[in-house]
Ligand binder design. Structure first.
Ligand SMILES: [Zn+2]
Length: 65
């Protein structure tokens, strides 16, 4: 286990490897930690667990839906 940074950035766990990932705009691979993890699990998470957000921005709630 790694200590969670007391930063402003939201931290999520990479769905593929479980590594803590800072959910920031600079992280193009979010919620994954790397391109490799994103590629490995892309199909599964896009169709099963999560919806692909068209805007690419982290929006936990979408009032327009
Ligand atoms: Zn990962």
């Amino acid at each position: 286990m790694q200590p969670v940074k007391p930063a402003a950035a939201r931290v999520v766990n990479c769905p593929t490897c479980g590594k803590p990932v800072e959910w920031v705009a600079d992280n193009r691979y979010r919620p994954f930690c790397s391109a490799r993890c994103k590629g490995v699990d892309l199909g599964a998470w896009a169709t099963e667990q999560y919806r692909v957000e068209a805007s690419g921005e982290p929006k936990p709630e979408d009032p327009s839906e």
